[in-house]
Design a protein around this ligand. Structure first.
Ligand SMILES: CC(C)(COP(=O)(O)OP(=O)(O)OC[C@H]1O[C@@H](n2cnc3c(N)ncnc32)[C@H](O)[C@@H]1OP(=O)(O)O)[C@@H](O)C(=O)NCCC(=O)NCCS
Length: 398
């Protein structure tokens, strides 16, 4: 392996995730303010961090316009009170935006260019609906580079059902219901709350405080899911119940070289082992995490059996099932999303990658017998992203 500087994930926080739209809790909150809030929260709980030593701030968003444009890393850094000497930039890899903020700053740390960086993402899907104002090059369809299905994420999930008929709607619904129930149990046990930064919100009733995710439906049942419409295709299998929803939220993390973490007295929560992105046919974008995980495992010299915990983004239940099926992992394997996933929590596109890392980092603390964990997600237009992490609390065992 190439000689490189060790990269660690020191800490990560997020805003509670809201439901997008006029009735959602963040309807009157700016997108950039969500990222600013999260960043202030991260800095407040890591007071040892010398702010003037932060080398860069990378913040992702998919729709980079209006209050979600203007080079978010720079604007949010200034608004969060970082010295003006700290630079910043914006990132876009759609759903893997925050994950790419992490891997890009990690690359700079590994190269020795940076010591400390803030990496995260935001998506306010209420103010910036998916695909709004997008202008895909007409060649995509005219030259049949992709079918129209490739541009509609729900249709790509239907296509995975088509391709793998044994991944039935019943299995997808059961997976989705379990995600809801696991999240409810995690909230009950106070696992989620410690990493949430409350956000002041304004509604017709006046000021309030967002302290919990807004989208979860803990009362979900198989009967309830069975009766839902299939919005993407008549008699389809993908429903609002077995998909992630439309959400608003922001995440941020503090990345560092192991040496800088030591110098500033910061206790790393995870050590980065490897990462990889991969492309797949855009029509079945949801299988993207399969090749990206294979690639990341190969680069790390590990096999899937070495992985003790998985945080997989649940864009759609069927798409997670295709990953589990490929690697021979049971639908209800306890190593997978133990505290639920995006189907329950929500998926504000470019922010979700760091949400996976926040949860994996907490689980590492609880599982010193686990050495390696994976965060992985699918990405629109046919991509997957995977980061493999090592548990600094590892005490031996499997
Ligand atoms: C699937 C999707 C179109 C649904 O949007 P929506 O219709 O606004 O969703 P809603 O939350 O209003 O749910 C629709 C209905 O299902 C019901 N429902 C949703 N989840 C449910 C659950 N777990 N149990 C029971 N009912 C549920 C709602 O109550 C609602 O019922 P109603 O019509 O009687 O009010 C939308 O969430 C979507 O596009 N998701 C995918 C997002 C995406 O592509 N992300 C990128 C991934 S790569």
């Amino acid at each position: 392996m190439v000689e490189r500087t060790e990269v660690v994930f020191v800490d990560g926080v997020r805003t509670p995730f809201g439901r997008a739209g006029e009735k959602g809790m963040y309807w009157n909150t700016r997108a950039d303010d969500l990222a600013v809030k999260a960043m202030i929260g991260l800095l407040e709980r890591n007071p040892e961090v010398p702010k003037d030593r932060i080398d860069d701030v990378a913040i992702a968003a998919t729709t980079q316009q209006g209050d979600q444009g203007l080079t978010l890393g720079r604007t949010t850094a200034m608004l969060a009170g970082l010295p003006k000497s700290v630079p910043g930039y914006a990132i876009d890899r759609m759903c893997a935006g925050a994950m790419t903020s992490v891997t890009t700053t990690a690359g700079a740390i590994a190269f020795g260019a940076y010591e400390l960086a803030i990496a995260g993402g935001v998506e306010h899907m209420g103010r910036h609906p998916m695909g709004f104002n997008a202008d895909p090059n007409p060649r995509f369809l005219a030259e049949k580079l992709v079918s129209p299905d490739a541009l509609n994420m729900g249709m790509t999930a239907e296509r995975i059902h088509d391709r793998f008929p044994h991944l039935t709607k019943e299995r997808a619904d059961r997976y989705a219901m379990r995600s809801q129930h696991k999240l409810a149990a995690a909230y009950e046990a106070d696992k989620i709350q410690p990493d949430l930064i409350p956000v002041a919100i304004r509604s017709d009733e006046g000021w309030g405080l967002a302290t919990r995710d807004e989208a979860p439906r803990p009362e979900t049942t198989m009967e309830g899911l069975a009766g839902l419409k299939t919005p993407f295709r008549p008699h389809g299998r993908v429903t609002a119940g077995n998909s992630s929803g439309l959400n608003d939220g922001a995440t941020v993390s503090l990345m560092a070289s192991a040496a800088a973490a030591k110098e500033f007295g910061l206790k790393p929560k995870m050590r980065m082992v490897s990462f990889a992105f991969a492309g797949v046919e855009p029509e079945i974008m949801g299988i993207g995490p399969v090749p990206s995980t294979e690639k990341a495992l190969r680069k790390a010299g590990l096999s899937i059996d070495d992985i003790g915990l998985f945080e997989l983004n649940e864009a759609f239940a069927v798409q997670v099932l295709s990953f589990l099926d490929h690697f021979g992992i049971d639908d209800d394997d306890p190593r997978v999303n133990p505290w639920g996933g995006a189907i329950a929590i929500g998926h504000p596109l470019a922010s979700s990658g760091v949400r996976l890392m926040i949860q994996l980092a907490r689980q590492f603390e609880e599982h010193p017998e686990v050495r390696y964990g994976v965060t992985a997600m699918c990405v629109g237009l046919g991509q997957g992203g995977t980061v493999i992490w090592e548990n600094p609390n590892f005490k031996g065992g499997k």
